[in-house]
Design a protein around this ligand. Structure first.
Ligand code: SF4
Length: 344
């Protein structure tokens, strides 16, 4: 095991069987996390990039079995922020709080046409920030138009590379179509963010190993790993869900194999484990996405239950986050935090 970890740290490459071995073992998690932490420090430094998250619509046309925003969940109050409110929130994040990246996230809401999205993107770009979209599967033309309007990054998690598993948990959706979207995002000249869910019922260790290799194959710029947290209003309400330990193991191995990418310490990790985000930041992560959505809407944006509010920004601004980072000798990074490719 220690030899495999050393190989990963030195060469940033592992075979499928070696990844499976690291994932299957009950031991060596501290060693994997430490190796990932050293790799993070060497390639992307101690700065932590903050991305201001605006959840602007919880309408979704899809029915993913693990997600609280799924169309058949009638127990949530749906909301959709208007353009002016979205811009106001972005301005507050950029000018008053000093964020250098705005992330606009929603379900797949058809109300936000290409024209509406481009209008919002171009207005936000006037604030001199990087802009990330996380709004689901779109056409190649849409991605191109977003890029022309100023979009810098797009997050679209593949969720799992096991096609059958994907199509079971994402009914009426196609794995191939999702993969094509990732290619179209790249082709449009936008940074590609992806990732997977850890703990889907029926997911094998081998499948998680393939996910990690997939991230390398697509040359991802950003990877987010989220443990599945069963939502009571979804078909997976009785599922066992993912564990913090496995999610952090997958994340740390991802850092070892893709040493220079951006990796967020996801809110789901904080929800599962106290100080989960801090632990993730010490196991390869270098990004956090504080939520700047108005508090009245946050409660209705439950992809999973009991979402941690540790990073929700309130009247004290970024000070609590700054202090948390200082406690582990880290700091808020300057700059817009693009993926600086350092691999040969
Ligand atoms: S995971 Fe995304 S696409 Fe699926 S239901 Fe939730 S918001 Fe919609």
């Amino acid at each position: 095991m220690l030899e495999i970890i050393q190989k990963a740290e030195e060469q940033h490459t592992l075979t499928f069987n070696e990844i499976v071995e690291l994932l299957k073992s009950d031991s060596c998690l501290p060693e994997i996390m430490s190796a990932a932490d050293r790799t993070r420090k060497k390639y992307v430094g101690d700065g932590v990039h903050l991305r201001a998250l605006i959840e602007f619509s919880n309408f979704c046309k899809n029915n993913c079995c693990y997600c609280g925003l799924r169309r058949d969940n009638h127990n949530i109050e749906r909301y959709r922020l208007d353009e002016e409110t979205i811009i106001t929130l972005a301005r507050h994040a950029a000018i008053d709080l000093g964020f250098k990246t705005i992330v606009l996230q929603s379900g797949e809401d058809l109300w936000f046409t290409q024209e509406r999205m481009c209008s919002i993107i171009s207005q936000i770009k006037k604030l001199d920030v990087a802009l990330t979209l996380s709004i689901g599967e779109k056409s190649a033309e849409d991605y191109k138009a977003y890029k022309e309007a100023g979009c810098d990054r797009f997050l679209l998690r593949i969720e799992t590379t096991d096609k059958k598993l994907y199509e079971r948990h994402d009914p009426q959706m196609s794995w191939r179509a999702r993969y094509q979207c990732l290619k179209d995002i790249r082709k449009a000249g936008i940074e590609v963010g992806s990732g997977c869910l850890v703990g889907l019922p029926g997911q094998s260790i081998e499948s998680l190993a393939r996910d990690i290799l997939f991230f390398k194959t697509i040359n991802a710029d950003m990877i987010g790993i989220g443990p599945l947290i069963p939502h009571p209003d979804t078909p997976l309400k009785n599922a066992q869900g993912g564990t913090f330990t496995m999610a952090v193991r997958v994340m740390a191995i991802t850092r070892l194999l893709l040493p220079d990418i951006n990796i967020p310490a996801t809110t789901a990790m904080e929800t599962l484990e106290s100080d989960g985000q801090i632990k993730a930041l010490q196991a390869g992560a270098n990004v956090i996405m504080p939520n700047v959505t108005l508090a009245q809407y946050r409660k209705n944006y439950e992809l999973y239950p009991n979402k941690s509010q540790t990073n929700a920004v309130n009247t004290s601004g970024l000070e609590p986050i700054r202090k948390r980072l200082e406690s582990i000798n880290r700091f808020i990074a300057e700059g817009k935090g693009y993926h600086q490719k350092q691999r040969s």
